[in-house]
Write a protein that binds this ligand. Structure first.
Ligand code: BGC
Length: 281
């Protein structure tokens, strides 16, 4: 039984573990999460994202991985798409056949014996950081950005998530004067790798993105995640922004952990405009 609403059922919310799945541009990661500590128990299982990364191929891979882990409880799946009313709405770094895909039906078919909750991957990372990491205890508005194949975003107010923001697709002026483009085309980690940019060369692009966001939202803090946050000491000092910047704590596991939190109902009742899970209506 799948739903896109993280409203907990009593049975789910009493558990101390849940399974999280994070679908990335290059790999699908699965892990069992200790929900008290916000860490993985045992191994992180990784398989290459199928090519093409169609809904059927991705869900089939996830079904196989969940079976291999031998997991029987709730499953949270973090996807690089807006998940709205049970439907994936965009597809920038996955196959475009995700657009309009009924993800509730998809996972009902591929994981029929599990309660499955679906959410955006950066929103999952935001839930992790607000519960166990760099955004914990910050009052007011926090903007989390993940730097990977694209740029994901999560908006957190007083510890609560406003889902499905997409600052990776906000149009900003390129700091090198090459015109206007989407932030993830200017400053994602994959752009840094593709163009062979040093942190000195890349940081101004990140600053430009943060500046555009802080002009509009005036957040209390930015939390920056993705693998590049491991090197925060090298490039955070190069950022020129007025808003305090913190490195995400859970780095590559944040999506898995947040998806598991959501599957276990640990986010409280979020009104996402999603359908009420079956059995509760
Ligand atoms: C997608 C977002 C996702 C981000 C990180 C973007 O291209 O539009 O939904 O959170 O990549 O994966």
């Amino acid at each position: 039984m799948s739903s896109t609403s993280p409203v907990p059922s009593p049975a789910e919310s009493s558990g101390a573990t849940a399974l999280g799945v994070d679908v990335g541009g290059t790999g699908i990661k699965v892990g069992v999460v200790d929900l008290h500590r916000g860490v993985l128990i045992g191994n992180r299982h990784v398989r290459p994202t199928p090519r093409p990364a169609t809904p059927e191929a991705v869900a089939d891979t996830i079904g196989g991985m969940v079976g291999e882990v031998g997991w029987h409880g709730p499953v949270g799946v973090a996807l690089p798409s807006v998940i709205h009313e049970g439907v994936a709405r965009i597809a920038h770094n996955i196959d475009e056949s995700w657009i309009g895909c009924d993800v509730v039906d998809l996972f009902d078919r591929h994981l029929p014996d599990h309660d499955v909750v679906l959410l955006n991957d950066a929103d999952a990372a935001g839930l992790t950081e607000v519960r166990y990491g760099a955004a914990e205890g910050i009052e007011g508005l926090v903007v989390l950005l993940t730097f990977g194949t694209g740029i994901g975003s999560a908006l957190l107010i007083d510890g609560r998530l406003i889902p499905n923001t997409e600052f990776g697709h906000m149009l900003v002026e390129d700091v090198d004067g090459r015109g206007v483009d989407e932030t993830e085309h200017l400053a994602s980690a994959s752009v840094r790798t593709r163009d062979g940019l040093s942190y000195e060369q890349w940081a101004p692009h990140v600053s430009g993105v943060l500046r555009a966001i802080e002009e509009l939202l005036w957040p209390r803090a930015f939390v920056l995640g993705g693998g590049v946050s491991e090197d925060a000491d090298e490039w955070f000092p190069l950022l020129e922004n007025r808003t305090p910047v913190r490195a995400a704590v859970r780095l590559n596991d944040a999506g898995i952990i947040g998806a598991a939190v959501c599957a276990a109902g640990g986010t409280g009742p979020l009104d996402l405009g999603n359908p009420v899970p079956r059995g509760q209506d």
